[in-house]
Design a protein around this ligand. Sequence first.
Ligand code: ZN
Length: 411
Amino acid sequence: MPNEPVAVTCKVCGGHVHEFLDLGRQPLSDAFREPESVAPEFFFRLAVGRCESCTMVQLTESVPREKMFHEDYPYHSSGSAVMRAHFATVARRFLDTELAVPDPFIVEMGCNDGVMLATINQAGVRHLGFEPSNGVAEAARAQGIRVRTAFFEEETAARVRAQEGPAQVIYAANTMCHIPYPESIFRGVDALLAPDGVFVFEDPYLGDLVAKTSFDQIYDEHFFLFSGHSVRAMAEHYGFQLVDVDRLAVHGGEVRYTLARAGARVPSAAVAGLLAEEDASGLSDLTTLRRFGDSVLRVRDDLVALLRRLRAEGSLVVAYGATAKSATVTNFCGIGPELVSYVCDSTPAKQHRITPGKHIPVRPPTAFRDPYPDYALLFAWNHADEIMAKEEEFRRRGGQWISYVPDVRVL
Ligand SMILES: [Zn+2]
């Protein structure tokens, strides 16, 4: 008899979580190793379920946060021109619509290298970033941005409220979905937010994940996969209200959720629109999510079959972008250096190391051109347009991209 999955309770409401997809044993997504390292790797079971009460989709096992967000956290938000433009737009929107009070104050949790707060700082507006990973926090400080190397939680937020007064905006990008203890976050927001302030966060959207079968959005850092319905339920559970939503194209499809204190603002028509769309597609239904799980298995089988065939034909196949997402793909599909010779990545901290779990060598971007491979598996598919424009020469010389989102195809 296989082991019965242990009963898992929802990290928001305490309801029962039904597992619908098991992605197997996975390493930490950013645990790139020295090639000669013999230290044991940390693995955990990556599986996803849905709460039968509030519909929140979440991992059934969480990784201790200190293992993920540490001194050497390798992801810099300002590494992409598209993302820099995105966050400048976010900042200008806050400056135009939310900060029109005397001496406004804006707080960001998980501010990374300060890509959003840089615009706020240039406008001379009082601000504070929380960032537990000191390497990226230092990069923000170097630009004159105020940062605390700390996790945003009830205690740290209350201390800021006592010292600096209430915040008109609390913002988080690709951070809320990382945090498996939302109660402490919401208590912190409750302590720090001005009565008419907004709590705004943007994260990968379950609707895009299901529509694109982008199962690689599921990895250690993405504990929650939010939908309009589940965020509305979470907001209400903690005394807040979902008052606006924006669909975003970044990171493969996200939604920006705007929350206010219950009764403080009138919800926009966009909220009702997103909820109606989710009802129509059955996004929150367990049957939809199980069907998504079946599609994931099909993508895995197709991708492995293609890579085996190309390798058997003698083609040079490499990968592009040693992303956090790619850990899920390589480890779930069983793709190692025997199928993908190496992966090229522009992050110096990853270069000349091997990928977590499957140990594919990571080389700098110059290796991509020396020689150009026959095929390049695009792990950084969320930056596809930017990358394909940059690597036009690869295609001109007959190279072909392999994508697996929404299905496996050679481009
Ligand atoms: Zn729940």
